[in-house]
Structures are given as C-alpha cells and as structure tokens.
Design a protein around this ligand. Structure first.
Ligand SMILES: *Cc1c(COP(=O)(O)O)cnc(C)c1O
Length: 428
C-alpha cells in the first residue's frame, strides 16, 4: 500500500510525517491532535489531474471531507476548485481564494440565502437534487436578473456496494432524481425562467471500489446526454461526482486514478463535455492522521481496553459507519501484539476507535497514530461532552504549521448566555 501511506512513514521504528518526527509534534502540541501532510494532499490531487491530461477537467475538491482553510488554499493553489454543500462552505472556499468558476454546489436542501450568495459569487454550477429545488433557484435568479447554471443530479441506479449510509446512486435514496424520470424532470425545468440547464450530475456513493459500477453509471449518463441533446438541451458539462476509494486496510483494493481515467475518458470525450470530478476522501483520507495518547490500560476477564484521549467527538467514523482506521504506536517499542478495544473517554458505548483489534502493545503514556483520518475526521468533530476540538497541524517538509489552534473552554461557551432571571432565587 505504498502510494496510499505516502506522507507518513516509519524510520527505525519511529513515525514521521514528511521529515517531522510525529512524537515531537505530540509532545509539543499535546493530544488528541490531527496531523496532515501537505505533500500528500497535493500529490493525490495531481494523480487525478495527471490521469486526465488532455481532457477538459475541473477537479472540485469535496471540501466536506476536510475544510480547513489552509488545506483549501493548498488545493486552490494547485488549481483545484471546490464541491460545496452549504453557505458556510462557500464562505470558507472564497476565504481561501478558490476560483468561483470552479465551485459546484450540491445538497438536497439549499436555502434562498445560500442560493443567493452562490449566485453573487458566480459559481460554476448548481447540482440540483429535485425539481422543487430548481423552482427555488429560478425564483432567486430571476429576482437578481441573472441566469443560474444547473445540473440535475441523476440516480443512475447502479449499486456502488458501499455502506448503506454512503451509497447514494440507487433508487430510494434521498439524493437526485431517478434516471427513468430524468427527461421528464429536465422538460419541467425547461419552462422555468433564469436557468441555464447546462449539465448532468451523478455521485453514486463513497467509497466506490467497483470501477465497473462507475463505468456503468457513466454509460447511462452519456446516453442521457444524447437524449437531452436530441431534445435541444445545450448540455456542456458532465459532473461525475466523487467517491474514489482509498485503502483503509492492507487487504483492501483501490484502483489507481489512471485505471479510472482509462474507463472514463473515452466516454466523456465522445460527449465533448467538460468533465467535473468531486473527489474528497481520495485526496484527504490518507493525507492525515489522528494522534492520541494511551491514558490507561484496563484488563478485564474478557477483554483489554486501551483507553485513549481521542474520542468519538474527534473521529466519529468508527461509531457512525463502522469506519476502519489502522492504529499503530507512534514509536514501536514492543514486538508483542494483543487484541484490544481502543476506546475514548466519552460517556457512550459507541465511543470507540477500534473494537476487537489486534494492535502492537502500547503502554500508558505512549502515543498511537490513527491512520486514514484526513477525510471526515476533523470535519465531523464536535464538542460533545464539552470537549474542545483538537488542533490541526500541517507539515511541509521539515516545517510545521498550526493551521487550527486547540479550542479553549471559552470557545466552548461562545455565544451562550444565561437570562438574568435564572440568577434569582426561585423560592422568592
Ligand atoms: C460527499 C460527496 C462527494 C465526495 O465524496 P468522497 O468519497 O469524499 O470523494 C462528492 N460529491 C458529492 C455530491 C458528495 O455528496
């Protein structure tokens, strides 16, 4: 799994992020702590970009996977756009200098304010998830006297075979419009003012390990484009979504962008459309780790628990969808392996980072690296149990940058207030 773990490697039993010793970062900044490799982010982006050389392409980085401003800036600096799903993400993308002409806006419930802000910014495309939403966009665009570029999101009805919470391209999900009623929906939207109906969109799930599923979905989209053009729709963009897979475990398979491009390119070229891709996890997933310290070991009759200072509020993927994250000591001290539950301090049985997992034995006070945490890690972090969110560190060669500070207790209560009467004695 060499290309997947680039950016993080063991030298003489010690973990490095690029040229920085991870143990030093843990001691300096405390744990839990997210660490990102700038080089890994850029390299993964370029792998996709290079694979599609010669095809007109916009890579709209799915920023919901990791939306730190410095990460967005690093992506934008190398030519990436952004796939946004909210007004807050639009705000972040613009702050980081993402080119609005490379921003696409997805999500089933865009508000009028969000639509309005996106029109003001002049984004590339709205991914419309229902005809009702097209009505809303049309109304806001008409008020502003501009045309809104839109794609209808299609369910191509292929099974991406991912977790039930992350499969999105089958019938019966809340996303998009079923393929068999797509033409009907496009015809209905044609009657609406101030819409530039210029694209089709699909995002079939995440992560998608079957390259055949991608190809089948794309064939269906290309047929749809042919049919739409025969009806005089001016389709110029093909947004094929994200979902490119990464390796979480050693025994998984993940195809390379070159293999993906080899299947996708010929079909897209036939349409003459500009291709849009929305990769998130592929770029960010293995470019980051969560570091955590062993607080206590608790050995019971049936199990050994390794209690760490990182918890479900820092990384929720194991609790939310059985996400698997490889866990290994930051410094390898022992040859002994043991089967343990790695759990955090949050008061929920769902608070675990790994269950029944064989890992290298780690003693109290040692640091563990939780791998593949760059995507849907910090981005899904919360303050549950009033735990301040972790810092985020970006490593660039032998330099380190704190790109988000650890939150303080004051941060936890920002915006809260106690009404005066609650300080009165209720018995009086
Ligand atoms: C989440 C999402 C993506 C990104 O998925 P990844 O698996 O991170 O690549 C892309 N497009 C849409 C519409 C999404 O909802």
């Amino acid at each position: 799994m060499t290309h997947d773990t680039d950016g993080f490697s063991y030298r003489d039993g010690e973990l490095y992020c690029e040229d920085v010793r991870v143990q030093d970062l843990c001691e300096q900044h405390g744990t839990p702590l997210y660490i990102y490799s700038h080089d890994a982010f850029v390299r993964r982006f370029k792998e996709i970009d290079d694979a599609f050389k010669g095809t007109p392409l916009v890579i709209a980085y799915a920023m919901k996977s990791n939306s730190n401003l410095a990460i967005l800036r690093a992506m934008a600096r190398h030519g990436a756009g952004a796939d946004i799903v909210s007004g807050g993400e639009l705000f972040r993308a613009l702050k980081a200098g993402v080119d609005p002409k490379k921003i696409v806006f997805a999500g089933v419930g865009k508000s009028d304010d969000e639509i309005s802000d996106a029109l003001d910014a002049g984004i590339l495309l709205f991914n419309v998830e229902s005809v009702a939403e097209a009505h809303a966009i049309s109304r806001v665009a008409q008020r502003k006297g501009v045309d809104a570029p839109i794609a209808l999101r299609i369910n191509p009805d292929v099974d991406a075979k991912t977790h039930q919470y992350t499969t999105t391209g089958k019938k019966g999900t809340k996303f998009g419009v079923d393929l068999d009623v797509a033409i009907e929906a496009y015809e209905e939207m044609r009657g609406l003012p101030n819409l530039d109906i210029c694209a089709v969109h699909a995002h079939i799930g995440s992560p998608v390990r079957s390259i055949d599923a991608y190809e089948e979905a794309l064939k269906r989209l290309v047929d749809l484009i042919d049919n739409l053009r025969a009806l005089n729709f001016d389709i110029r963009l093909l947004n094929f979504g994200g979902g490119l897979p990464i390796l979480y475990k050693d025994d998984e398979t993940a195809f390379h962008p070159d293999e993906y491009a080899a299947r996708v390119k010929p079909l897209v070229q036939r349409t003459g459309c500009v291709l849009i891709l929305e990769p998130g996890r592929f770029i960010s997933g293995n470019s980051g780790i969560l570091c955590t310290r062993v607080m206590f070991r608790k050995e019971t009759d049936h199990k050994t628990f390794v209690i760490v200072d990182g918890a479900m509020n820092d990384l929720i993927r194991p609790a939310l969808y059985d996400g698997y994250h490889r866990i290994h000591p930051v410094i390898e001290k022992s040859d002994e392996r043991e089967t343990v539950d790695v759990v955090g301090p949050v008061c929920e049985s769902g608070d675990f980072l790994a269950k029944g997992r064989e890992i290298m034995r780690a003693e109290q006070g040692e640091y563990l690296a939780v791998f593949s945490a760059g995507a849907y890690g910090f981005a899904m972090a919360s303050n549950y149990n009033s735990r301040p969110r972790t810092p985020e560190i970006m490593v660039v060669g032998d330099a380190t940058h704190v790109i988000r500070e650890r939150e303080s207790y004051e941060d936890l209560i920002r915006g809260e207030s106690i009404p005066d009467f609650l300080w009165n004695d209720p018995s009086k």
